[in-house]
Write a protein that binds this ligand. Structure first.
Ligand code: FES
Length: 166
């Protein structure tokens, strides 16, 4: 087993800070249409020495083990960081405890960074329950929502076609 695989297995054996945070101040979500995975991150802010800091962070992710491992490590790493310090963290920083990610897994770390940025920059008052539907605004809820596909539909009726032919 490679060093990366070894660290990955250790991280996902006991992921930290997994699950929705009911008293979060902010939430961020990012998805990758190519692999179909999503990561959502919740942040709770506090104050230390007059500065706004991240008091705690949690995440949800379905599918990819690397994203779960990076998100677990990132949510631990974020505790006590100021907003500026958190903004400065790259996906490489967040996944550093795993070591360099294999090329096929680099986007997994970038998804975690994306969820963090969305939570840091996003709507601080996003509800945890979608008001119109009452559907819990969870990652699983999002994934179960039917997706509307945009595009044009062309309907050809037999009668019209035969008229055009005439
Ligand atoms: Fe897409 Fe890991 S394979 S997030």
């Amino acid at each position: 087993m490679s060093d990366f695989e070894d660290k990955l297995q250790n991280a996902i054996a006991n992921p930290q800070n997994q699950g929705e945070m009911s008293d979060a101040d902010s939430v961020g979500t990012v998805g990758n249409p190519e692999c179909g995975d999503m990561v959502r991150m919740w942040l709770k802010f506090g104050e230390k020495d007059g500065k706004k800091i991240i008091d705690k962070a949690s995440f949800q992710s379905f599918g990819c083990q690397t994203a779960i491992a990076v998100a677990s490590m990132a949510t631990e790493m974020l505790k006590g960081k100021t907003i500026d310090e958190a903004q400065a963290l790259s996906s490489t920083d967040l996944s550093a405890p795993l070591g360099p990610l294999p090329p096929m897994k680099i986007h997994c770390g970038e998804m975690v960074e994306g969820a963090l940025r969305d939570a840091l920059n996003g709507d601080q008052s996003e509800p945890t329950v979608a008001p119109a539907t009452g559907i819990p605004n969870t990652l699983l809820g999002d994934m179960n929502q039917p997706k509307m596909k945009s595009g044009k539909l062309r309907v050809v009726l037999e009668g019209q076609r035969s008229e055009e032919v005439k």
